[in-house]
Design a protein. Structure first.
Length: 412
């Protein structure tokens, strides 16, 4: 029988904790080195504090990166169903909501962290907090991990699960990328994903807080590059909401390449432009004596009315509705069905939910998560060039990649 070994896990987030549990269950001695005063800090912020910990519709199509198919093997080894069973055994009763999102029945992210911590402690995993890793070196089939305070931990295997750069307040500061680079790994350029978009325009303070159900799309070279539908929220910097976060990855990717990118918003997406023009024409005819702005009341949010009319070239908002020309009505309908904004950037790392880019998956074995460059070195979670869409897919990647890394690092 192969002897047991010592696995050092750098990072005590979702991926790191799963890797530690997975390795320890196979008999390895495991030490987690976490830079924060406690493990699992980022988990507490997921799903607006409710922890959307997986999605029953998990599949390769919900992931991005230079090679999204890289996730296939890990997801097959530890699927969404496996995740649900894993947490049920730890005590998490689950429920499935819209879009296949899975939450703990308690609606508390702290429940997920609590049961993970209980399992780590029950298994005897050594958790070292306030442990900021400065360097990793290989020494004759083993590793030496040096902390900033000078202390050195030695082990047979190392799993880097240090996260990316999103939500730096949780401890994700990109230090894992530097460790990977020192070990010879290439880093695909990183940028914020699942993040709000900053738009050009003079009126955003006036409409900040306005929310509606509509469709949003990323437009590049006059072609739609990404699209999603749901609650869209205007903010003083631009726009937010689930569909914006979902399509922000494509915007960030194109902006990162120096491209000019636009956002298309359809405020009233149950009409074509022609249908909406006829509806507005009818409203303005029926309320011919009403001022133009008041003739729009009941159709769209009141705070949007002056902005939409001015965008359509109607600057005198108090003109009688009947006086608007056919061309002006057409422009109003066009704004409400195809409103274009130049994207000037995304919000920063503090606002982003996930990191796009990371350690190149070309240099990692998808079946084991082991480095192809350094034997005995493994990766798990967000540090790799894989990021998922909103809806529990990123946490599923953390569990799956962590499980696979831990299992394969456990036995010499």
């Amino acid at each position: 029988m192969k002897r047991k070994n010592h696995v050092l896990v750098i990072g005590g987030g979702a991926a790191g904790m799963t890797a530690a549990i997975s390795a320890r269950r196979l008999g390895a001695a495991v030490t987690i080195l976490e830079k924060n005063p406690r493990v699992g800090k980022k988990i507490l912020a997921t799903g607006n504090g409710r922890c959307n910990f997986t999605n029953i519709n998990t599949g390769v199509e919900h992931y991005n990166g230079s090679n999204p198919k890289f996730v296939h093997s890990a997801l097959a080894s530890f699927s969404a169903e496996d995740t649900i069973r894993f947490f049920e055994k730890l005590g998490i009763q689950h429920k499935v909501e819209d879009g296949g999102k899975v939450f703990p029945m308690s609606d508390q992210a702290s429940s997920v962290l609590d049961v993970l911590l209980y399992e780590l402690n029950s298994l005897g995993v050594d958790i070292v907090c306030d442990a900021c890793v400065k360097d990793i070196t290989g020494e004759k089939g083993s590793f030496a991990v040096k902390l900033e305070n000078g202390k050195v931990y030695r082990g047979d295997r190392v799993i880097i699960a240090a996260g990316g750069k999103a939500m730096p307040s949780s401890g994700s500061d990109g230090s894992g990328f530097e460790l990977a680079k020192k070990l010879g790994h290439a880093i695909v350029p990183v940028f914020p994903a699942l993040v709000q978009l900053m738009l050009e325009g003079p009126f955003f303070k006036a409409v900040s807080g306005v929310k509606f159900v509509g469709t949003a799309g990323i437009v590049h070279n006059n072609k739609l590059a990404a699209m999603d539908r749901g609650d869209i929220l205007f903010a003083n910097y631009g726009v937010s909401g689930p569909p914006i976060l979902q399509i922000s990855r494509k915007a960030g990717e194109l902006l990162n390449e120096g491209e000019e990118v636009f956002l298309k918003i359809t405020v009233l997406d149950t009409f074509t432009a022609d249908e909406l023009k006829l509806l507005i024409k009818k409203r303005f005819r029926n309320g011919s004596r009403k001022p133009a702005d008041f003739a729009m009341v009941g159709l769209i949010n009141k705070r949007l009315i002056p902005v939409v009319l001015k965008e359509a070239g109607v600057n005198d908002l108090k003109r009688p509705a009947a006086s608007l020309s056919d061309g002006e009505l057409e422009r109003i309908a066009r704004v409400l069905t195809d409103w274009r904004f130049r994207i000037r950037g995304t919000k920063g790392w503090q606002s982003a939910q996930v990191t796009a880019g990371g350690v190149s998956t070309d240099e990692i074995d998808p079946g084991t998560m082991e480095s192809r460059l350094v034997k005995g070195l493994y990766f798990a979670g967000e540090i790799m060039d894989i990021d998922g869409q909103c809806g529990g897919f990123n946490l599923q990647w953390a569990w799956s990649s962590g499980f696979v890394a831990g299992q394969n690092a456990a036995i010499l």
